[in-house]
Structure formats: structure tokens, C-alpha cells
Write a protein that binds this ligand. Structure first.
Ligand code: ADP
Length: 420
């Protein structure tokens, strides 16, 4: 195809992408990347509208045709979703870089089917040409990774010229992979949370029925059952508290704290609070930190939660003995991005390597029964991770089976303007 005809085809494709994306917005099924694409493409549509005889109002000063084409190309190159233009025989006329990245075998002037073995898409192109109506279909890849795309196919009427006024077809691929993954996570989360609440609730109902029926006049049984019911109710309260804190922390995760807090003071306060509880379980808590202040930009309550959860875990799963909470500088030589290392270590049975990457997932536990016996909800480390993220820090879990576990939170040190 002549360069001039390709130019106007490609520019027309930009308008078509704009129209497809805008239609998607109108239907309400739009994500941010598509919205970004639509805005780019709509701007582009305005810039190049005159090329295919459409009215435009976006750019008041008329650039010449070659400028408009380079704007068109630059903007399409920046659209993160793959866009492919084919003629009525499904031969590739143009592709943007996102399409080349997805389908390395795509070649100009070669049939699309050489690079894309998807009968639904090829049938879709035929149907669009027959009916003139846009349609959507799905395209899944297995290699190198499993990905799912929604493909919008639309006809693109061409002006009379070397191409003979035959319509081309534009394919706009939208990556659904992360949206699907998020949806799966949401479904899992609701299922897990409901399951965690249903168990204590079923036990409460069982005891209430027993107390109303067979054990109505049994004073000793009533006392025992009330004790168990209290434990179950407390378990539900803990779970709901943890779920609420997790959602609160997630909501503000992108807003970094702005108050200066002394991390050493926070550590000491929480260790003092937890000392008696640890002693009751035969555990000695030790703090290793210098007396100097350890300033960070932080949210005091959230940082107290971090120390509390880590110490609680070390006491619960550390198998007795000593739990050490230490505070150091990561690398005293690194003056550019200095960080404090808050580390909580125990000498317990440790955690097998395969579990470590998953410990910060909600409800993930190495041993569900032992976590429940200890009053765990499976949300502690997920909360810790989100708090550390909000503080622009890093969480590292190190464990050697039969030797113990160390959980470290690396948190950026705050330097006042004068000190920096
Ligand atoms: P939980 O409420 O179950 O304690 P967490 O998210 O705090 O939930 O921890 C998740 C799991 O990680 C725990 O159930 C436990 O199996 C494991 N774990 C956490 N800390 C330790 C530790 N110090 N030693 C051994 N296992 C640990």
C-alpha cells in the first residue's frame, strides 16, 4: 500500500480506537488504562480528524499533514494496549509497539493469521466487514504467560483513493489479566472471611441451643459453656477488628505519614506493654537499641501495630525462650537513603522456605489449627506488610527451620533539613 494511503489509514485507525474506547466508557465498563488510552486517542482523533474529513475542535492551530501523522504515530505508540490495523483480507497494515510486544511474529503485509492463531478473531473480522457493526471477542495466550484479552473489532471506512475506498478493520486488545486476578482475589477474600466467621458463629449457636435445651438446669455446664462462648465471641471480634484495620490501612496506603516519630520510643512502649503477657508464656523479651532517637516519618498507632504483631508472633510461635527486638541502622555508610532495621527474632522451630513468600497473604497460615489455638486470625503479617509499605519501607522474613525466625522491617530514617 502507498505510504500516503497507509498514513491516512493509520490516522483513521487512531480515530477508530478513540471511538471504540469512548464507546467502552459510555458502557461504563472501563478501567484506568483504557480511560488513558481513550483520552490519548480522543486527543489524537481531534488532531487528525481533518485527514479523513471529520470536524475537529481540539487543536485550534492546524498542523500540516506530516506533523499530524507524526503526532498520530507518537500517540498510538504511547497507547499501552495493542492496536492492529488490517485490510479486508486480514493482511496487517499497521501495528503499534504494544501489539509488536505481544505478538513478535506480526509483520506488515503478512496475513494476521501468521502471527495470531485465533479463529474467533479472524471470524470476527469477517463478520465486522459483512455487517459493518463493531464486535468484541476474547483472546487468551498461554505462552510465555497466561493472559486474557478482550478484542474490540471495528470497521474503518476509507476515503476513495489508491485503496479503492475499501474498509479496513482495526483491532483493539485490552488486557484483562490483572482485572481477572483482582476479581479472583476478591472472591477468595470474601470466601475466607466468611469461613473464618462462620466457624465461631456455628459454635456459639450450638451452645445457645444446648443451654436453652438439655443443659437448661445444669449450672456447671452453663459456666463452662459460657466460657467457651466468650472465647468464640472474642475470636470474631479480633477477626473483625483485623479486617477493619486492614481495610483502613489499605485505603491510605498511598498517603505517606508526615509526622516525625521516634521508632525507639515506640518499640520500648510496645515491649513494656507485652512484657507481662510474654512472661506468662515463659518468654523473655529483650530490647537491643541505643538510647539516641530514631526519627522516622510515621503513624504512631500503625507502628505500634507492627511491633505488637511481630512480637506476638515470636511469642506465639517461637517456642519459648527469648525474643529479641533490635533497632539498628541498615548500613551506617549509606548516607543517601539511610534506613532503620527493626528486627524481631525468636529461637523457635522456624518456617519452611516454601511458606515464606506467602506469609503476608491474607489468611495464609502454616498451620491453621495452631494459629487458631493461639488466637490468630491469619491477618497479622498482611497488616504489617501494608503498614510497612505505607511507610515506604520493606518487610523481610528470614527463617531457618529448627533455629528460629527473624522478621525485619526496614524503615527510612527521617533527616531534618538542617541535619541533611
Ligand atoms: P496469625 O494470626 O495466624 O498469627 P500472621 O499473619 O501473623 O497470622 O502469621 C501468619 C502465619 O505465619 C502464622 O499462622 C504462622 O504459621 C507463621 N508465623 C508467623 N510468625 C512466625 C514465627 N515467628 N515463627 C514461626 N511461624 C510464624
Amino acid at each position: 500500500m502507498a505510504r500516503g494511503a497507509r498514513r491516512s489509514a493509520w490516522s483513521g485507525a487512531a480515530v477508530a480506537v478513540a471511538v471504540l474506547a469512548a464507546a467502552e466508557i459510555v458502557q461504563g465498563a472501563v478501567d484506568m488504562s483504557l480511560a488513558g488510552s481513550a483520552i490519548l486517542a480522543l486527543a489524537l482523533g481531534g488532531a487528525i480528524g481533518s485527514l479523513i474529513g471529520r470536524p475537529h475542535t481540539v487543536i485550534p492551530v492546524e498542523p500540516d499533514a506530516s506533523e499530524r501523522h507524526s503526532v498520530a504515530e507518537a500517540l498510538l505508540a504511547n497507547i499501552p494496549d495493542p492496536v492492529i490495523l488490517v485490510d479486508r483480507r486480514a493482511v496487517v497494515i499497521e501495528v503499534n509497539p504494544a501489539a509488536r510486544a505481544l505478538l513478535p511474529n506480526l509483520k506488515l503485509r503478512h496475513p494476521l493469521s501468521f502471527a495470531l492463531r485465533a479463529p474467533e478473531i479472524l471470524d470476527g473480522i469477517e463478520e465486522v466487514l459483512r455487517t459493518g457493526q463493531p464486535l468484541k471477542t476474547l483472546y487468551n495466550t498461554r505462552v510465555p504467560t497466561e493472559r486474557a484479552f478482550e478484542v474490540q473489532i471495528g470497521a474503518l471506512p476509507m476515503p476513495e483513493g489508491p485503496a479503492g475506498g475499501q474498509p479496513n478493520v482495526v483491532l483493539f486488545l485490552r488486557d484483562l489479566t490483572s482485572a481477572r486476578r483482582l476479581e479472583a482475589m476478591r472472591v477468595d477474600f470474601v470466601a475466607n472471611a466468611s469461613h473464618e466467621l462462620r466457624t465461631p458463629l456455628a459454635s456459639l449457636l450450638g451452645f445457645i441451643e444446648t443451654l436453652q435445651g438439655p443443659a437448661r438446669n445444669d449450672t456447671a455446664a452453663r459456666e463452662r459453656f459460657l466460657g467457651i462462648m466468650r472465647m468464640q465471641a472474642l475470636r470474631m471480634t479480633r477477626l473483625i477488628d483485623d479486617l477493619l484495620s486492614l481495610s483502613r490501612i489499605e485505603l491510605r496506603e498511598h498517603v505517606a505519614p508526615t509526622r516525625v516519630e521516634d521508632l525507639a520510643q515506640i518499640v520500648r512502649q510496645m515491649v513494656d506493654t507485652q512484657g507481662p503477657l510474654a512472661r506468662n508464656r515463659g518468654v523473655t523479651l529483650v530490647v537491643e537499641a541505643t538510647d539516641e532517637p530514631h526519627p522516622i516519618l510515621g503513624d504512631r498507632d500503625e507502628l505500634l501495630r507492627v511491633v505488637e504483631n511481630l512480637v506476638e508472633n515470636a511469642v506465639k510461635y517461637g517456642g519459648g525462650g527469648t525474643v529479641t527486638v533490635s533497632l539498628n541502622r541498615e548500613d551506617p555508610q549509606n548516607l543517601r537513603k539511610p534506613r532503620f532495621v527493626l528486627a524481631v527474632s525468636d529461637n523457635g522451630p522456624g518456617i519452611a522456605a516454601e511458606h515464606i513468600p506467602r506469609l503476608t497473604e491474607r489468611f495464609y497460615r502454616v498451620d491453621v489449627a495452631s494459629s487458631r489455638d493461639q488466637g490468630g486470625t491469619g491477618l497479622g503479617l498482611a497488616i504489617v506488610k501494608h503498614i510497612v509499605n505505607r511507610h515506604r519501607g520493606r518487610l523481610i522474613i528470614e527463617s531457618v527451620p529448627d533455629e528460629g525466625t527473624t522478621v525485619k522491617a526496614l524503615l527510612p530514617e527521617h533527616r531534618s533539613e538542617a541535619a541533611a
